[in-house]
Design a protein around this ligand. Structure first.
Ligand code: HGY
Ligand code: MN
Ligand code: MN
Length: 417
């Protein structure tokens, strides 16, 4: 058994990594070739079972913490040292792709497989983690598992969060544990040496510039809001315009005005109304209530705070007899990764003569919470036309393998430091 790592012997297998993606995409396969795998759903549980079988087959130990974060650990020589973590998420958006999240988990599993096949025993344990509920679609907030890991005091609040069927996270985690035959429990949060997450870029820059590795420097900030407009239900046929308090028309005016308020010539600000609920939702009733979401992102915290501080002031004059409230439901400040990990990623790309560039992440990731408790970084690989959160999301097996090779080198570097 080779004790000291031989960088040449541990090799990422492009075909094996591609097959892993095909296998995982089967859990929650959607009609247009993508994946619909809500957090802790039957499909997500099946995906986790698949990962546990693959990891166990290469000698990993399996543990799950109170938020359902799943750890697949390849033991190092010195268990007293804090482990090196990699990984991402298996839950997806309802019309999600095959790579968002899955790639970070499968690249981590591929790295553990390559190390084990090469007979390498690293100094530190290396663990691939599946963070629970990153997308924040079934339960809010998103990045829930990594948030609890970084801030264990949030445990009870997060376990009490409910989905649209009033099932709590705690109940869903217990259900998942039973289905997975109760793997050993791990405490919530433990010392970590470094966390490195591989992910598709979910944007067009790497593809447009011909670079194959994004050395991620940080993640932009995000504010989330819920806007509620209350008017008066009325008969669609008999109610004169002058007598209407139409919540939908008022909400539509507000969305247009907010978009104009946030608009920036440099196209950096990101303003999205992804949810728009109209009540009672009958064609013959003037809408009495509308609830819509705002997902607002920008690299500059001041811009986020200054622009959003005037959202209510902009909406109220457009209410047309309705009432309006703007409720902030989430804020993740922009973060910059400490130089140690981005530099390690850059060195690994340069050592392999892979074209790379620094990139700020427009998307949120679990790394944003790990960055508050340990040196953290991300490795981006290109995805076709930058399309993501869309069933057409695509990435080539070659690009996925390139990112996994850089991840292998970075993890071996750190695990033997
Ligand atoms: O919304 C995000 O940025 C992440 O993809 N969940
Ligand atoms: Mn993701
Ligand atoms: Mn996503």
């Amino acid at each position: 058994m080779t004790v000291l790592p031989n960088f040449m012997s541990a090799t990422v297998d492009e075909q094996r990594l591609a097959r892993s993606h095909d296998d995982l995409a089967a859990f929650g396969r959607a009609s247009r070739g993508g994946v619909n795998r809500p957090a802790l759903s039957d499909a997500d549980i099946a995906a986790r079972q698949y990962l546990i079988e693959r990891a166990t087959a290469i000698g990993c130990s399996i543990t799950i913490d109170p938020l359902g974060n799943l750890f697949m650990s390849l033991a190092g020589r010195d268990r007293s040292l804090a482990p090196v973590l990699t990984g991402s998420h298996t839950d997806t958006q309802p019309s999600g792709g095959r790579f968002d999240g899955a790639y970070g988990v499968l690249a981590g599993l591929e790295v553990l497989t390559a190390i084990q096949h090469a007979g390498i025993r690293t100094r530190r344990t290396i663990e691939t983690v599946v963070w629970t509920n990153e997308e924040g679609y079934r339960f809010a907030p998103g990045c829930m598992g990594s948030l609890a890991f970084a801030y264990p005091a949030e445990r009870e609040r997060l376990l009490a969060a409910t989905d649209s069927m009033d099932m709590t996270v705690g109940e869903a985690v217990a259900r998942m544990r039973r289905a997975l035959s109760d793997p050993p429990e791990r405490p919530l949060g433990f010392p970590v040496s470094v966390f490195v997450e591989a992910h598709i870029e979910q944007g067009p820059i790497l593809e447009q510039t011909g670079n194959k590795i994004g050395v991620v420097t940080g993640i932009q900030g995000k504010k989330r809001f819920e806007v509620t407009v209350i008017g008066e239900e009325a008969h669609a046929g008999t109610t004169p315009r002058a007598r209407r308090c139409d919540a939908l028309l008022a909400a539509a005016r507000m969305v247009t005005a907010l978009e104009r308020w946030i608009w920036d010539a440099e196209d950096v600000a990101r303003f999205t109304v992804g949810q728009f609920e109209v009540q009672p939702g009958s064609h013959a009733v003037v809408p009495g209530k509308v609830i819509f979401s705002i997902d607002f992102r920008h690299p500059d915290r001041i811009f986020l705070e200054e622009k959003s501080s005037r959202f209510l002031e902009i909406c109220e004059p457009l209410a047309g007899g309705c009432t309006v409230s703007v409720h902030e439901i989430g804020f993740t400040p922009p973060i910059a990764f400490a130089e140690q990990v981005p530099q390690a990623v850059q060195r690994a790309a340069e050592r392999r003569c892979i074209p790379w560039m620094p990139l700020l992440s427009g998307a949120g990731h679990d790394a944003q919470h790990l960055a508050t408790v340990c040196p953290t970084g991300m490795i981006f690989v290109p995805c076709e036309k930058g399309v993501s959160h869309n069933e057409a999301e695509n990435a080539t097996s070659s690009d996925l393998a390139t990112g996994a090779r850089v991840l292998l080198d970075v993890l071996l570097d750190i695990a033997n430091s």
